[in-house]
Design a protein around this ligand. Sequence first.
Ligand SMILES: Nc1ncnc2c1ncn2[C@@H]1O[C@H](COP(=O)(O)OP(=O)(O)OP(=O)(O)O)[C@@H](O)[C@H]1O
Ligand SMILES: [Mg+2]
Length: 336
Amino acid sequence: MSPTGDDRTRAGGGDLGRQETIIGVSEAMRRVLRLVEKIAPTETTVLLTGESGTGKEKVARFLHLQSGRASGPFIAVNAAAIPEGLIESELFGHVRGAFTDARDRKRGYFEMADGGTLFLDEIAETSPLVQVKLLRVLQEREVRPVGSDFALKVDLRIIAATNRDLRSAMAAGRFRDDLFYRLNVFSIHLPPLRERQDDIPFLANYFLELIGERTGRTFRGISEPALAFLVNYAWPGNARELENAVERAAALADGPWIMPRDLPPEVSEHGLPLLTEGHAPPLADNLTLEQVEAWYIRRVLEREKGNQTLAAQLLGISRSTLWRKVKLYHLQDVVR
Ligand SMILES: Nc1ncnc2c1ncn2[C@@H]1O[C@H](COP(=O)(O)OP(=O)(O)OP(=O)(O)O)[C@@H](O)[C@H]1O
Ligand SMILES: [Mg+2]
């Protein structure tokens, strides 16, 4: 691996291209990235856990691209999305005439992933029958297409993912424990975004850069007050929700900076909930002084309905100093 740039904050910056970069500056994410980089070149089966949108598929692709199988296929299968009746033939293929509609021999995902990596997403959603079949493939490293009397050797690495707690699914009898232990050879948990607020500004700017590349627009970045909102929002949909919010904001932004007014209402309304309640902000203890200052000036300006003379008096600074800060923090949208 040859990460370029700041390899303390990113994994895979080098030959993988921007798309595959994994952002992680928080202590929690750095721990994850250390594991990921260690385990990538091995053949080990990996189980990725974490809430929806925390980056499980991203990490799975990274593991593949950093492995000896990188030139082989990466096949992602969403186990929850395949209709129960089709799942066997989708996973294992079928022979001609296996059932009424089987006019041709069809390769399943396991065969397609031969020589590469098979990513089994939402593994907790598989039926008991499919679980038995998966277990057998994992044990024997061969698949039997539906209707066939032969087995095919497959050479692939399995990466499974779930946003459920597999242990409680096991306890409830919904997930086989023998399959769990086959998959859980090495597990990596991706922490929710609200537990790694330090990553938010980096992720947000990364998404903005990608959007800029895609749309051909040039963005300078996300303004400090907008960042303060992003950092303080809880992101139940994690990185995916942040990505969508940045995309929406980029579409709405008039200039090269993302402003608070460009953010989705749930972010700007609940991101700093106490802004409207009138007492001290629930500030994360990782904001810079500038972020706090930008936040507070915005709050005062909003309370004074954009009147700079009143706001300057309240803040104990001159009108010209206030104006300078308004420009510095891109607060023009709240002044009158
Ligand atoms: N650490 C990260 N650095 C850069 N991009 C990230 C990171 N984490 C997630 N993303 C991006 O966020 C989006 C959601 O990530 P991904 O699809 O991997 O999540 P997931 O855990 O598979 O979600 P789900 O459970 O909903 O399928 C993707 O566009 C992904 O590229
Ligand atoms: Mg996913």
